[in-house]
Design a protein around this ligand. Sequence first.
Ligand code: NDP
Ligand code: MG
Ligand code: MG
Length: 340
Amino acid sequence: MAKLLYENEINTQVLEGKKIAVIGYGSQGHAHSLNLRESGFDVVIGNREGKSFNQAKEDGFAVYPVAEAVKQADLVMILLPDELQQSVFEESIRPNLKDGAALAFAHGFNVHYGQIQPPSNVDVFLAAPKGPGHLVRRTYQEGAGVPGLYGIYQDYTGKAREIALAYTAGIGSARGGVLETSFQEETETDLFGEQAVLCGGATALVKAGFETLVEAGYQPELAYFECLHELKLIVDLMYEGGLENMRYSISDTAEWGDFVSGPRVVNDETKARMKEVLKDIQTGEFAKGWILENQANRPKYTAIKNAENNHLIEKVGRELRSLMPFVKNPIQSEQKDVKV
Ligand code: NDP
Ligand code: MG
Ligand code: MG
């Protein structure tokens, strides 16, 4: 089994007395900053003026324009949206990086696909919690942590690995365990996971199930409960004890149905499609499409997003959830987006 490292095996001294600039105070940014500060590190924020800037101030941080934050930092963690990182990096980060500073990312996209080519006189590492930012924060507050990955792209000072590990401890990931990876492996697996299983796969499965029931004449409300609402309850059981634990809790009838029908829905054909998705990620085809889509101001993204928000499952869901105050999402009520 691959070697995971935990808090008690990590020495965080290397970051003591160092200034960490977290650039971007969004989903990941607010979680890293607050966790690092509570772990005893010196954190400042770099952000453009606006919503996040004000939030970081409200949370008690010294907040600067990006260039100003970078100038004073020994470690710069870039938590801007992936599609904006390159331009902010060239304009405000590269010209202000101290010699021997550390440059960090929570996702390898820009470095792996050559959008950001870091200068040679800095350390470059990855510290990627394997969970949405708001859970990175929430689990830390609960005394736990979202497991994470770390990886070294460039070791200028000879201390890059030590610094990366100290950082993962600071954000709480080392409580859940951290695993060493490369920028390539993190980027490709992260994109594949979110596209094929966690986000793309799951939403497509939920919608197809919902549509199948509704098209067969069943009530949309019931189809919503069956295909979307209950999914969380099932996934919680998997999270806590794997597939076996989930199957222990469901009826034997459900388990038999799982065994015989699951592979009819997600079959060799589906797996062949997954391999195509993976290939597009490995060849850079997916990255190219997303980069060009952003350069064109996201026409396709916008059209799809509008259509998705108007899908019957969303309309029915909004109504049903308004009648179930207990499913009120604490993250939505904070007015923050959840992203993976
Ligand atoms: P968000 O979109 O949630 O946050 C981005 C932040 O950057 C916001 O605070 C935004 O502020 C700020 N920002 C945007 N544009 C600029 C700019 N031009 N100059 C300065 N600040 C700016 O991003 P995420 O947290 O989702 O993603 C950050 C990184 O973390 C990405 O690399 C992503 O892949 C990675 N990641 C994200 C995960 C997640 O849970 N979301 C999970 C693991 C990795 P404003 O309010 O002004 O827009
Ligand atoms: Mg991810
Ligand atoms: Mg991702």
